[in-house]
Ligand binder design. Sequence first.
Ligand SMILES: Cc1cc2nc3c(=O)[nH]c(=O)nc-3n(C[C@H](O)[C@H](O)[C@H](O)COP(=O)(O)O)c2cc1C
Length: 189
Amino acid sequence: MRILVFNGSPRIGGNTDLLVQSALKGIDRQANRVEYFRLNDMDIKPCQNCGGCTDTRVCVIKDKMQQIYPAIRKADRVILASPIYFSGLSAQTKIMVDRCQPFWCEKYLHNMPIAGKIHRKGLLILVGGMKRQIGADCSNATATAFFRSISVEEHRMLAYLGIDTRAGVKDRPGALEEVFEAARILSTA
Ligand SMILES: Cc1cc2nc3c(=O)[nH]c(=O)nc-3n(C[C@H](O)[C@H](O)[C@H](O)COP(=O)(O)O)c2cc1C
């Protein structure tokens, strides 16, 4: 299978990063092809709502999203990982999500969902500094709209809340192992 992994945190060695590294270790590399994007390192312009993709299903902006579009199209599994910022996905993540409007148009206006060889599944990994659930719920609402637009019809959410220090997730019992296992299952089932 082709497994697409997005890391939406700017912090190298931070919580999202550690969880993503654990997820990557959980994926059987012999049986699967992984494509990994660290969104903070990519020059991606926000959606301009220009309407360019409405009829054409193609984005007119030529930037690093041009690497991501074909990867999304080919993916069998999608892992989206983000820190919670202001009760939502990080800006790095949200910019990429908004630029998936061409897929939304393709599916919902043109009635052409991405045709997968197999049922496309996803995994959402979130980390928040606060213990309140609202950040995970709001992030999951946006991630659900993203996943469904790119024809990932089901996903699991793993949210780690109350973790604020750079590598604090290491002290959360079972967190790295849980993500490892979720990625392992995603890449085999
Ligand atoms: C700009 C900004 C906004 C944040 N907003 C929230 C928030 O609304 N809710 C929350 O639980 N944590 C919030 N946090 C805390 C981060 O989610 C937390 O530090 C997390 O561990 C960062 O993950 P990382 O180490 O992968 O970068 C915010 C952090 C930043 C920098």
